[in-house]
Ligand binder design. Sequence first.
Ligand code: MN
Length: 489
Amino acid sequence: MRKFQPYIYHKSMKMKAGKLLLLLLCLKAFSYAVIATPQTCPAKDGTACGDSDDWKGEFFPGIPKIKYEGLSSKNPLAFKWYNAEEEILGKKMKDWFRFSVAFWHTFRGTGSDPFGAPTKYWPWEDGTNSLAMAKRRMRANFEFIDKLGVDWWCFHDRDIAPDGNTLEEANANLDEVVALAKELQGKKKVLWGTAQLFMHPRYMHGAATSSELGVYAYAAAQVKKAMEVTHYLGGENYVFWGGREGYQSLLNTDMERELNHLARFFEAAVAYKKKIGFKGTLLIEPKPQEPTKHQYDWDAATTSNFLRKYGLIGEFKLNIECNHATLSGHSCHHELETARINGLLGNIDANTGDPQVGWDTDQFLVDIQEATMIMLSVIKNGGIAPGGFNFDAKLRRESTDVEDLFIAHIFGMDTMARGLRNAAKLIENGSLAELVRKRYQSFDTELGALVEAGKADFEMLEKKAKEWGELKVASAKQELAEMILQSVL
Ligand SMILES: [Mn+2]
């Protein structure tokens, strides 16, 4: 999960509530100066765009509802592999995936990076972080997911609505935008909501693991509200991504105390979820580092150990993000399997990194082999509902056409669909499963069964070892396994 805010928001972040009113006024003046020379409004076609959420006409004119046209199609605005209603292994493709659009990347991603200003000037943006702009963006969101043929969307609180000078003001802003989202969403649903607990300077030491009690309390209030609005919008999951829940140096950090605080925070979230009758799954999204040097939910194994230690294992599942998996030194397939065998596979943030770049690039996942491995895990898990595949992915900085938003999602959906079709072929073919079965067949014996039941002691095993003498150990057949995999790609 990465977060973007318009340039102006970064400026306004320097405001410290109740501290420097003068600075606030100066910054306001600065904002208005920027607004006075809007870069994108009015749109070229004369569409209305001002300090109102009115928007005449379509946000994506000329882009039709995206349809499945099959392999013969050369149309970039059509699916070649993803056929929503088609059944694969007894389930509709749309039900295997439950695809979701990530509001923050698709509607708040500006293309800015630590070295450069925004590159994306969507026609509906007026360069502000106003409430009116937030509402207009929400209308664009629903037109986008409707045209794309996706049923779910995901959001952070501070991405869909502007922050406030007080918690009350921020909550009021959120309520206003959420009321509009509720009105607009119709049959579309929230896959998950979350609170953004990393952007504001108050969260510099973390949120639930901050050294400051006041920050812990503020974070709790923000999560409380985000859970309420997720519940109100019929959300099926709620995510915790601890971007700053970690440390930069152990010298100034009481790691044990911080982890205890994090566990208490999660316990309180579970209690509040039950109190408000929210039935959605609580998900933790592991990530090893960035922005902190060390993040406490490093990977699936670390996070499941944390949940087990604090007795939270039945209350949470994991949201596995593929780019986070590779940052932790694992493949996405490894993280999915680790989550699956621990009964913790809850959701997938479908994205990927760049093998030549060492950070979280949040690219659309378009590697067919990786998609196939991912779908093998998902099929073994019997699907991931009530989770789904959230496109926590963004256009490259250099991709600046509105159409690119559609092309990227279509390509991502087609790649996952191709992965599903390949994985189904692999399962129907059966030879990979047979290879694995044969590899462990020595345990399909009387003694093997005793070992697996925990009933073979060392004396018993020593007796057998002496009886069997030196062994002929079988080949692992790795190249054959890879050959079988490639035969379905
Ligand atoms: Mn994510």
